[in-house]
Ligand binder design. Structure first.
Ligand code: AMP
Length: 140
């Protein structure tokens, strides 16, 4: 059975997409640790980093850096937590590889990674659109 992220990628389940590329997509986490929390997900459905195909792997760093940059521009965050839970024992709940990018603010205590929520669908859509526009600028 397809993972929940594959079902989002294929449009069966709604997603707030910031990025749709040949090998990678990015969308907002439905329960953000802080507003703007992004998931960067390969289209290839593998659970673990060592299983990822070489072409996708080679692009990983560039997408992480661009999304990090877009997050800083849009949220004004002081830092970004970039997190991969590479297997269930590391806390991975969705068995489809994904990087978390979490905006961090001074004193936010978000290192506890307690999930939150958006106040409304409109608020989430505003965040999604702002991040997508910032990412377009970052890519030039
Ligand atoms: P992990 O614990 O690293 O596997 O993280 C899984 C993440 O997927 C969690 O932060 C969830 O909030 C997020 N998530 C689960 N379902 C959805 C969904 N339908 N749309 C967006 N994010 C989701």
């Amino acid at each position: 059975m397809a993972s929940i992220f594959t079902r989002i990628i294929e449009g069966e389940i709604p997603g707030s997409f910031i990025l749709k590329q040949e090998r990678w997509v990015a969308f907002l986490d439905i329960n953000p640790v802080s507003p703007g929390h992004i998931l960067l997900v390969p289209r290839q459905e593998v659970a673990l980093l060592p299983e990822l195909d070489g072409a996708s792997l080679a692009e990983t760093g560039a997408w992480l850096a661009r999304l990090d940059c877009a997050l800083r521009q849009v949220t004004g965050c002081a830092a970004v937590s970039v997190l991969l839970r590479d297997g269930p024992v590391a806390g991975q709940e969705v068995p489809h590889l994904h990087w978390h990018l979490i905006p961090r603010h001074s004193g936010d205590r978000a290192h506890h990674f307690a999930s939150g929520s958006y106040a409304s669908d409109e608020e989430r859509e505003r965040m999604r659109a702002a991040l997508q526009a910032a990412l377009d600028r970052v890519q030039g």
